[in-house]
Design a protein around this ligand. Sequence first.
Ligand code: HEC
Length: 190
Amino acid sequence: MSGPKHEPEIVHVYDDIKEADARLPNWWLYTLYGAVAFAFVYWIAYHEYKTSRLPIDQYRADMIAAKQEEAKKLLAMGDLTDDKLVEMTKNSQLVEQGRQVFTTTCAACHGPQGGGIIGPNLTDEFWLHGGKPTDVLRTVRDGFVEKGMPAWGPQLGEAKVRAAVIYVLTLHNTNVPGGKPPQGEKVATR
Ligand code: HEC
């Protein structure tokens, strides 16, 4: 370790503790001056002349654009029918998206494979609230809050709800081993 080039001047001694006034190293000073200059230029550019959007405004604009894009896609799909939902279960990308939603949001109550824990078994042919794809969509979107099934529409948004429903439809009739006993009415086909 090499000490400072000039002995720092001792400016204060108290109880044998010496306080020295050493010159700050140049790299430190230039970093400080640089930060001050940057802050000044940033302030003039972003806040006074508004040459471009603040990062937070840009973020908000991007989020709105993404939401509009999503809304456009949903609109393009038109009104959802049972047939359309069944058709969507053939789209592996949607199913995978739904599997991810299911794993993070639904598995805690319905089990990782849908066999049911607090919530009912989703892999059998029995349904409490209707087994038609549009029934399942309504169940997931609006929930049965007083029975312990949350309403996911407001929390997840329409696209994720649909993906989750599509995934749930693929679980139908997989009858995972160790699943909860059937509840509700038997619905032969979906
Ligand atoms: C907090 C626990 C909980 C979570 C999380 C949960 N559910 Fe449920 N779910 C329930 C319960 C409880 C019921 C049964 C309600 C009843 O008895 O009427 C249910 C019912 C359902 C049903 C109706 C089953 C039938 O037999 O008609 C479907 C479909 C369903 N949930 C899908 C989902 C999906 C998809 C998710 C994730 C987006 C999810 N659930 C997350 C607790 C939960």
